[in-house]
Design a protein around this ligand. Structure first.
Ligand code: BTN
Length: 266
């Protein structure tokens, strides 16, 4: 039988709870989705800060209504967790970029962000972030779900080929990755509440996978990605000038390289 995974929940709690009074850490062997569970709890009035980790999700969810498959084919599970907490924000723009930045900065120098907040290694996706919110009375509760591939996963059915953290960090495990991410994530959220996205713009550009690339948006707009503005909107230089892309519905992908000219043109 596989040895149980050691999550070091107490060390996580000790690191984070001074910043978040009432914080708890919960590790579950299996659940449909950590985001779904925290959204259910928030709608039922449970608004305390919590870190919910699942060793296995049976109905993991991604952005834009997609599935998130994180099944591991060995004893080293992938990392799937959600952080739920009340967030008093007047301006939410750029939050998802700030979260992505905290994730890549805490995990590895070679990781990049594909706007708005996909975690990529080279030309493959290594992780994703799904942020949802619930309004309960005057309060707004944020559920920040993060999935990171720790070991290689099956590419079948995926839109983009997957990468895994152990390619960069051979000893990586889900608990070690979580230990790197949890505190910086909470610190980044608290800094975001104070200062918003603007101070993070330069740091985002240093990790921006799309910067200087020809991109095509899902609405057909094409142009060269020029980083983000102070609110986190993607800037695309098009034939009609500089356009700002805000919508979470827009997915952006690098344009396919033009076909090489024939070797012997006639
Ligand atoms: C994406 O890239 O589309 C976002 C993926 C987010 C996956 C994480 S795994 C933990 C949390 N629970 C979910 O159901 N989804 C998020």
């Amino acid at each position: 039988m596989a040895a149980p995974v050691q999550w070091h929940a107490e060390a996580l709690w000790e690191a984070v709870s001074p910043l978040l009074p009432g914080f708890t850490v919960e590790i579950l062997p299996e659940i449909d989705s950590t985001n779904t569970e925290l959204m259910r709890r928030a709608r039922a009035g449970q608004l305390e800060p919590v870190l919910l980790v699942a060793e296995r999700q049976t109905a993991g969810r991604g952005r834009l209504g997609r599935d998130w498959q994180s099944e591991s084919h060995n004893q080293n599970p992938n990392l799937t967790f959600s952080l739920g907490l009340p967030l008093a924000l007047t301006d939410w723009s750029g939050l998802s970029l700030a979260v992505g930045l905290a994730v890549v900065q805490s995990l590895h120098a070679d990781l990049r962000l594909k706007w708005p907040n996909d975690v990529w290694l080279g030309d493959r996706k290594l992780g994703g972030i799904l942020i949802e919110t619930a309004s309960v009375g005057d309060a707004r509760y944020a559920v920040i779900g993060i999935g990171i591939n720790i070991t290689p996963r099956d590419a079948a059915g995926l839109r983009t080929p997957p990468a895994a953290l152990c390619e960069l960090w051979p000893e990586a495990t889900a608990p070690l990755a979580l230990a790197r991410v949890a505190l910086p994530l909470v610190q980044a959220l608290q800094a975001f509440v104070r200062e918003g996205f603007a101070p993070l713009r330069t740091a985002f550009h240093a990790r921006d996978l799309l910067y200087g690339q020809e991109v095509v948006c899902s609405d057909g707009l094409t142009g060269m990605a020029r980083g983000v503005d102070a609110s986190g909107a993607l800037l695309v230089h098009t034939d009609q000038g500089l356009k700002k892309i805000n919508s979470a519905e827009v997915s952006v992908r690098p344009m396919a390289a033009p076909a090489a000219p024939p070797a012997n043109p006639v």
